[in-house]
Write a protein that binds this ligand. Structure first.
Ligand SMILES: [Ca+2]
Ligand SMILES: [Ca+2]
Ligand SMILES: [Ca+2]
Ligand SMILES: [Ca+2]
Length: 311
């Protein structure tokens, strides 16, 4: 696996993390000297901590949990994405791709979905900076219109000290949570673009809520202190075969991910517009902003709507 990564130090990081070739684990992605590790067989099946994030070759793990959960109307139980189904996994350089096919509870044709999660890691311009961006394409694989609840939980332990963090919703419009280490003021920004509901607070409360039961997120905006995290909830009512794309991610010591930041540098400016326009005019796959397999005016509209808002 290590030959896929672009720095020799990564091999040492992965070995230390128990992820040398043949080790029993999910997988890892790397960029520069940053590494993000997905634990679990299959990934997204662990109810407790399942994520490791190194911003640098310092071996300080600042991520505790990164997971996706869902609830369907009839089954009415919050579940981990891989609680019933095993995705295909692919890890290459800075990108991890997970594909669930015909997933969900109950009989085929009822309350089922297909999902493709793409997670990208970008090392920051200075030490102790990193950005993780994700897109989840969620498609109904049901015979009738269904409403799905989709959840993303991110529980960071900034500076590897879980008990001294503080978190609040810093921007409700962007659905952006900001978590801070009260010792060093290092921050993480965690974004759930377009989420209908959110909740920040105790990491154990959040994961207990999303691993079972049928609760919705409370819209608690904090501030809350201790071993905290952030969670987001999207409500998707989908006709058979209809899909939505969910965007977001998290950072350490960098601005939270923004869909209009086309070159992933942490800023939304003319460079992003020019790059998108160039990709669009050339019909490049990168311009397929809504991930429907086509490059057309819908992509232009979707990109422009984020760009014009400043994010
Ligand atoms: Ca935490
Ligand atoms: Ca901390
Ligand atoms: Ca940019
Ligand atoms: Ca498209």
């Amino acid at each position: 696996m290590s030959q896929q990564f672009n720095r020799t130090g990564t091999a040492a990081l992965l070995t230390l993390a128990g992820l040398a070739a043949g080790a029993h684990a999910g997988g890892a992605i790397a960029d520069g000297d940053a590494v993000l590790i997905f634990q679990g067989i299959p990934p997204f099946s662990i109810t407790a901590g399942d994520s490791t994030l190194f911003t640098d070759a310092t071996f300080i793990d600042e991520a505790y949990k990164y997971s996706w959960h869902y609830r369907t109307a009839g089954n009415n139980t919050n579940r981990l994405f891989s609680g019933l189904d095993t995705p295909t996994e692919h890890y290459f350089k800075n990108t991890a791709t997970f594909v669930w096919t015909n997933a969900g509870p109950g009989p085929e044709g009822q309350e089922r979905f297909d999902a493709t999660l793409v997670v990208r890691l970008f090392d920051g311009p200075s030490p102790h900076m990193v950005r993780v961006e994700h897109t989840l394409e969620f498609r109904s694989h049901s015979n009738t219109t269904q409403t799905f609840q989709v959840f993303n939980l991110v529980d960071m332990d900034i500076e590897a000290s879980p008990s001294n963090d503080s978190v609040l919703i810093a921007d409700a419009g962007r659905v952006l949570a900001r978590q801070r280490d009260t010792g060093t003021n290092a921050i993480s920004e965690i974004v759930g673009t377009g989420a209908a509901r959110y909740e920040v607070g105790s990491g154990s409360t959040l994961r207990n809520k999303l691993n079972s039961g049928a609760a919705n997120l409370s819209n608690a905006a904090g501030p809350a202190g201790g071993d905290v995290g952030a969670a987001f909830q999207w409500t998707l009512t989908l006709a058979p075969g209809e899909a939505r794309v969910i965007r977001g991610g998290f950072t350490i010591n960098m601005p939270g991910p923004c869909p209009a930041d086309f070159n992933h540098d942490g800023f939304v400016n003319g460079d992003d517009f020019d790059l998108f326009a160039s990709a669009f005019e050339g019909g490049a796959t990168a311009a397929d902003f809504n991930l429907d397999g086509f490059v057309n005016g819908d992509d232009c509209d979707a990109f422009a709507s984020y760009f014009e808002e400043g994010c």
